[in-house]
Write a protein that binds this ligand. Structure first.
Ligand SMILES: NC(=O)c1ccc[n+]([C@@H]2O[C@H](COP(=O)([O-])OP(=O)(O)OC[C@H]3O[C@@H](n4cnc5c(N)ncnc54)[C@H](OP(=O)(O)O)[C@@H]3O)[C@@H](O)[C@H]2O)c1
Length: 345
């Protein structure tokens, strides 16, 4: 089959190669064979390929990427609720890809049956593939970790509301009845406002922690969800986050080398354990990783919200299977509005 594969660590433009003779995977146990129609890219895809120390843990050779939409093509289907020919979408969690090297950027892939859901008929494959990793991360951060419940009317700040994770986060927070403030560039304002954001802050034009403390200091946020990983936001969070509030970060400090990874480790330890008298911040901080293997109920719940149109898929651009290098360029630019998708045909 045709697949994109890397055999050594490096930037996608250098190491990711098109292979027309890659072995087609054989389904076994609870894994279902899916004929891939669309894949969405996530930053972890190129980080695991190119960015130490994450890339050190990646098994090679590797077919990258986690998010897939396609058609059930084989496997032990009895009791799964799926039949050959069903249109499905789902995720191969990145902790699995790190160990197996078997992601989804290929004509066929294997997905655990519980990590697949029927594709809502109102969505194209490209739209369905845009949801799983980013959408489930937002769900886990806001609903599971952050405890958002319908009717609570919590005040939520989403840092980076126009990105892959952020665009789903704004919608999931709104679907749970939250009041949402989000940051974005002016060019993303119309997108985040369509998603339902109540307040949009242009992070280029203000000193963000200072602005938020001035504007929200008297009625602070219950929850901050940081999809960008801005250190000064965490450092200033006492000014705009309630004492019992939570700061949930999925991006964390940025790491490009062993030394930056070391300093990132020290930074995180400081956020988690530094006492106030040593300059620590008195707010609960969580650096969250998506537990993909446990997120099956949320995938099913999200599928029904996607079917009803309560959550809308946000696709930045769709690239052809031959144009994967351009798709990675777009994803790595940090400017995508919603998800970068590759059509597999
Ligand atoms: N821990 C986990 O399990 C997990 C899971 C998923 C993702 N992540 C991480 O979460 C991060 C975000 O992922 P993603 O897929 O959302 O990335 P993305 O789609 O590439 O994010 C791009 C967006 O970031 C926004 N942005 C860039 N700098 C910003 C800033 N200083 N303030 C506010 N917005 C800013 C841009 O908005 P504008 O153009 O409007 O400025 C752009 O829309 C990545 O680091 C990723 O690795 C972690």
């Amino acid at each position: 089959m045709r697949a994109w594969v890397f055999h050594k660590a490096g930037p996608p433009s250098e190491v990711l190669k098109f292979d027309t003779n890659w072995p087609k995977p054989e389904p076994s146990g609870t894994k279902i064979l899916v004929e891939v129609h669309a894949v969405s890219l996530n930053p972890i895809g190129w980080k695991a390929m190119s960015t130490p120390p994450i890339s050190w843990g990646q098994k090679k050779p590797c077919v990258p990427e986690a998010d897939v939409s396609g058609i059930v093509a084989g496997g032990e289907l009895e009791g799964t609720g799926f039949s050959i020919g069903d249109e499905v979408f789902g995720i191969v969690p990145y902790d699995t890809i790190m160990k197996s090297g078997q992601g989804v950027l290929a004509e066929y892939t294997l997905v655990e049956s519980k990590l697949l859901a029927k594709k809502p008929t109102n969505l194209s494959h490209a739209e369905a593939a845009s949801f799983p990793l980013a959408g489930l991360t937002a769900w886990q951060a806001l609903v599971i970790q952050g405890g958002l419940k319908e009717g609570d009317g919590k005040k939520v700040l989403i840092n980076g509301g126009s990105g892959g994770v952020g665009a789903y986060a704004v919608q999931i927070a709104k679907a749970h009845g939250a009041h949402v403030t989000t940051t974005s560039s002016p060019s993303s304002n119309s997108l985040v406002s369509t998603l339902g954001a109540d307040e949009i802050v242009d992070y280029h034009s203000v000193d963000l922690p200072k602005y938020l403390a001035e504007k929200h200091g008297d009625a602070k946020f219950d929850l901050v969800f940081d999809t960008v990983g801005v250190k000064t936001m965490w450092e200033g969070s006492e000014g705009f986050l309630k004492p019992e509030g939570q700061y949930v970060d999925v991006a964390g400090p940025h790491m490009e080398s062993f030394l930056t990874a070391l300093s990132a480790g020290l930074d995180i330890a400081g956020r988690l354990y530094k006492p106030k008298w040593l300059g620590g911040i008195k707010r609960k901080y969580t650096l969250m990783m998506l537990h993909g293997t446990q997120r099956s109920p949320e995938l099913q719940e999200a599928a029904s919200l996607l079917a009803k149109g309560t959550i809308k898929p946000i696709v930045d651009q769709v690239f052809a299977f031959d144009d994967v290098h351009k798709a990675y360029e777009r994803s790595m630019s940090g400017r995508a509005k919603g998800k970068v998708v590759v059509k597999v045909e």
